[in-house]
Every structure is written in C-alpha cells, then in structure tokens.
Design a protein around this ligand. Structure first.
Ligand code: GDP
Length: 317
C-alpha cells in the first residue's frame, strides 16, 4: 500500500477548504492506515461543532431546508459543513454530483463546505467513510448538517452520528401515518412538517404528528420532540425550528447527555464496523470496551480489533 502523508488536525483547521477537501479524500484512499485512524481519533476527541441530522423521504424538502439552515448559520457567523448522503450512487462507489446541485452555496465562501457521499453499504444509510467525514467536519466547523434519505429502518442510522435528529414530514403524503407506527416515534429529537405554505394539509400533518407524539410514553426528564411547521420556501417557521433545535442542544448540555450520546455513538461505530467485516461471531469474540480504552478512540479501536481478528483467522487451529 502506498503511504499517504496524513496531516494533523491543526493543519486541517488552519488550511481552510482545500485542506478539508484533501483530508476527506484521504478518508477514501488511505482507508486502513494507522495515521489516518490517529487523525480521526484526534477529531473525535476534539469536536467543535453541533451535528444536526436531517432525514425524511425524497422530495420532502431536505435540500431546500439545508440551504436555509446554511444561510441562517452564516448570518450568525457560524461555519457550516454539510454531508449529503446520496443513496442513488451506492453502486458507483462515488457520489453523483447531479443530485446535489440543489444545494446552492457560494463557492467563494470559506465558511461553508459541502460534500456529497455515497451511501455505500446500506440503502440510505451511512458508510464508514461518511461517519469518518462527519467526525472530521465536526472537528472543523461550528455546525455540521448531515442530510440523509430516510427509508424504513435506515432512518435510524442518522441517530448514530447526529446530536440532534430532525425528521422531515411532507404534508398530505401519509408520512404522518407512517410516523405513528411504533419505533419511528423514538427516533427524532425534532419533527419538522415541511411546506407549511401548502396550508391545510400541512396543519393537518402537524396535528397528526403532535397527536402521535402524545401517545408515546416518556420517563420524567426525557426529551419530548417538538413539532414545528416550516416553509423553507417562504422562511415561515424557520425561527421556530431554530428554537426547537436550540432547546434540544440545551437539553443535551445538561447532565453530560451530549458526552454520553457521543460516547454511545462511537461505541456503535466500532461494533458496526466489526460486525460488517467479521459478522456477529467476530463481534462476540471482541472486547470493544477494552479496545476503546486502550486505543483512546473508535477509529484506533476498529483498527486494533480488525488486526486481532485477522491474526486469529490466519492462525492455524
Ligand atoms: P429533498 O429531496 O428532500 O432534498 O427535497 P427538495 O429540497 O429537493 O425539495 C423537493 C421539492 O419540494 C422541490 O421542488 C422544492 O422546490 C419543493 N419545496 C421545498 N421546500 C418547499 C416549501 O417550503 N414549500 C413548497 N411549496 N415547496 C417546497
């Protein structure tokens, strides 16, 4: 394997968009390198930004909303990284640009970085590379928006990378009925009914979702997902959305919830990576907690467990 020079996190932070772009390509081409794992663990240990995950079916208005969120954050002087997970390109190995031209950002703005990535392994889900890219961007930008198409259970994947999961629901589509099914209610931290300018169907969808949420059981101190009605096209409701997301951030800031959530996510990345490569038996034979403690981060832990299991498989019985 060719050795690639892996920059430090400080160099990436100082190097602006070209440095971030280079680091993101290294995630793809230097996969498996110990230096890359060290860089990613340094990123995981020094998060700078909030990660907002947007999920919902195609056409619900995620890209339009992402554009609005980017403008809003830039007005406040916050830098933004966007990872758009593109399910259409999972067979090509690289993200197709066409689908993502809907994100209209100023190429000269050094404070916005958009990367489209293939959802390789799971439909609408997040590949190892996407997780690594999100961790890298989280260490560089003030806000990271992860846009992923939610189809069935893969919607849950976003909960393993985002601090706050925003589920988008399209008025008049039956999404609100889907939402009422058990399981989905547990997922979002904020629910956004899009296209509020559609009027009555939007208000009905909002009432359906709010009704479904009141049926969910909550322990005291649990976060109860607020439902907001937003028109990204007209801007109506964007302030309510910002308030709902900020409310969830404040909730996470209490009682070390954010720290616990991110630690659980990191553990999940390790388990997931081991399971994908070595199956449930490989996972059962691995001590994830010990690897995390010894390596000091999830990416080193994955490398360590990979090497251990490879060595055991190679050893004659
Ligand atoms: P995505 O596939 O979830 O990313 O959805 P898009 O953001 O591409 O939006 C899908 C379609 O819905 C586009 O034609 C948008 O112009 C339209 N759309 C998005 N937001 C709104 C909105 O707030 N109001 C209305 N009326 N249409 C919207």
């Amino acid at each position: 394997m060719t050795r690639h020079a892996i920059p430090s996190l400080d160099a990436i932070r100082a190097g602006g968009k070209p440095a971030v772009a280079r680091a993101l390509s290294l995630i793809e081409i230097a996969h498996g390198s110990a230096d890359l794992a060290r860089l990613l663990d340094a990123c995981a240990a020094d998060p700078r930004g909030d990660v907002l995950g947007l999920t919902g079916p195609p056409g619900v208005g995620k890209s339009t909303l992402t554009n609005a969120l980017i403008s809003d954050a830039r007005r406040q002087g916050r830098t933004v990284g966007v990872v758009a997970v593109d399910p259409s390109s999972r067979f090509t190995g690289g993200a197709l640009l066409g689908d993502r031209t809907r994100l209209r950002t100023d190429p000269d703005d050094q404070g916005v970085f958009v990367r489209s990535m293939a959802a390789r392994d799971r439909l609408g889900g997040l590949s190892d590379h996407a997780v690594a890219a999100i961790v890298l961007m989280r260490a560089v930008y003030d806000l990271v928006v992860v846009e992923s198409v939610g189809i069935g259970q893969s919607e849950g994947d976003i909960a393993f990378v985002a601090d706050t999961v925003l589920l988008c629901i399209q008025p008049g589509s039956g999404d609100s009925l889907q939402f009422m099914k058990a399981g989905v209610m547990e997922l979002p931290d904020v629910v956004c009914v899009t296209k509020a300018d559609m009027g009555e169907p939007a208000r009905r969808a909002m009432a359906d979702v709010a009704g479904a949420l009141t049926l969910a059981e909550h322990a005291p101190g649990d976060w109860v997902a607020p439902v907001v009605l937003v028109s990204a096209a007209s801007g109506a409701g964007l302030a309510d959305l910002a308030e709902a997301v900020a409310g969830h951030r404040a909730h996470l800031a209490e009682a070390a919830r954010l720290f616990a959530r991110r630690a659980a996510q990191a553990r999940h990345w390790v388990e997931d990576a081991v399971r994908v490569r070595f199956g449930l038996r490989g996972l059962a034979a691995s001590d994830v907690d010990a690897a995390l403690a010894r390596e000091g981060g999830p990416f080193g832990a994955i490398a360590r467990i990979d090497a251990d299991l490879d060595a055991r498989l190679a050893r004659p019985h």
